[in-house]
Design a protein around this ligand. Structure first.
Ligand code: DOR
Ligand code: ZN
Length: 348
């Protein structure tokens, strides 16, 4: 590997956080994720949400039916936790291989989270069972208290919710999803090995200025919202550190262009089509291409106690032009990096 590496072959990577949606949108986006990744943790915030093992089985079948022929892609399902989740159904779903994890959305924190958890205390028996069976908890780490500024909601969540939770359940396995702050990076770095975090491409590439300076850019709006530059830099250090606590999770979250370009635009960035190109460009900028494989392909399986994938993918130093729009069965999606050029391309 020379200083100016021109091609990089890594084990097939996985996406540890993705929104594949349902129906026509699912059929439009599933192939983009399956082209880049062998497996993905599929978020359950459909409307209505995926709250039981029976619903998750059906959703998994719909995802598999939506994949291109021979995609060789495995969706890993999650249970949307509510105040009424049945611990027995969750444990059965885990034992039967339906559930790989469960997702905690604080009620009202983001898209389709209205049925989420109102108080963590309400689901203590569920979390105790998860701790017992070792089922990972994926956390949307933002408080919903209207008195807390939206840029502080992640840091406040760590203090108010996560620290007390891990004090009560010290062996609970937790993925702090889409970390966006230096506080989250510090918390996860200092926590035991039972705590990890995913990092999205957008939070590695943009800060809040990119979203708000020179006009409001709705396609760069997601939740948790991008923060100040110091936070982006902390995330870049974490992702490229080589630490097994940080791994790839795109949070690709498609919404139709018209729903984003609206008086009340939806949160979510559709980054699936060029996700690896986006991460590779960032690792290259940081002089850390040798650490991309750990972040993309090794740390996630180790945390989830799954085998690493067979086979490899090759990224090459080449111009990737990201189109301004991607068709999703008649409705337009605007991908992350729309109209830009990335310096890496996924071969094949
Ligand atoms: O920006 C986001 N979009 N953040 C989330 O937490 C949910 C996601 C979505 O489902 O659209
Ligand atoms: Zn998400």
């Amino acid at each position: 590997m020379g200083a100016a590496m021109d091609a990089l072959t890594i084990r097939r990577p996985d996406d540890w956080h993705v929104h594949l949606r349902d129906g026509a949108m699912l059929r439009a986006v599933a192939g983009h994720t399956a082209r880049q990744f062998a497996r993905a943790i599929v978020m359950p915030n459909l409307s209505p949400p995926v709250t039981t093992s029976a619903l998750a089985r059906d959703y998994r079948d719909r995802i598999i039916a939506a994949l291109p022929q021979g995609a060789g892609f495995t969706p890993l399902m999650t249970c949307y936790l509510t105040d009424h989740t049945d611990p027995d159904d969750l444990a059965r779903g885990a034992a039967e291989g339906v559930f790989t994890a469960a997702k905690l959305y604080p009620a009202g924190a983001t898209t389709n989270s209205a049925s989420g958890v109102t108080r963590v205390a309400a689901i203590l028996p569920v979390l105790e069972r998860m701790q017992e069976i070792g089922l990972p908890l994926c956390v949307h780490g933002e408080v919903t208290d209207p008195a807390v500024d939206i840029f502080d909601r992640e840091a406040v969540f760590i203090e108010r919710v996560l620290i007390p939770l891990l004090r009560d359940l010290p062996a609970l396995r937790v993925v702090f999803e889409h970390a966006t702050t230096r506080e989250a990076v510090a918390f996860v770095s200092e926590a035991p090995d039972t705590v990890a975090a995913t990092i999205t491409p957008q939070h590695l590439h943009i800060n809040r200025n990119a979203m708000l300076v020179g006009g409001i850019r709705p396609h760069l709006y997601c939740l948790p919202v991008a923060k100040r530059e110091e936070h982006r830099l902390a995330l870049r250090r974490a992702a490229t550190s080589g630490s097994g606590k940080f791994f790839l999770g795109t949070d690709s979250a498609p919404h139709p262009q018209h729903a984003k370009e609206s008086g009340c635009g939806c949160a979510g960035i559709f980054n699936a089509p060029f996700a690896l190109e986006s991460y590779a460009t960032m690792f290259d900028e940081e002089g850390a291409l040798d650490r991309l494989e750990g972040f993309a392909s090794l740390h996630g399986p180790r945390f989830y106690r799954l085998p690493v994938n067979e086979g490899t993918v090759t990224l090459e130093r080449a111009d990737s032009a990201v189109p301004p729009h991607i068709d999703a069965g008649g409705t337009a999606l605007v991908p992350f990096h729309a109209g830009e050029r990335l310096g890496w391309r996924l071969r094949g």
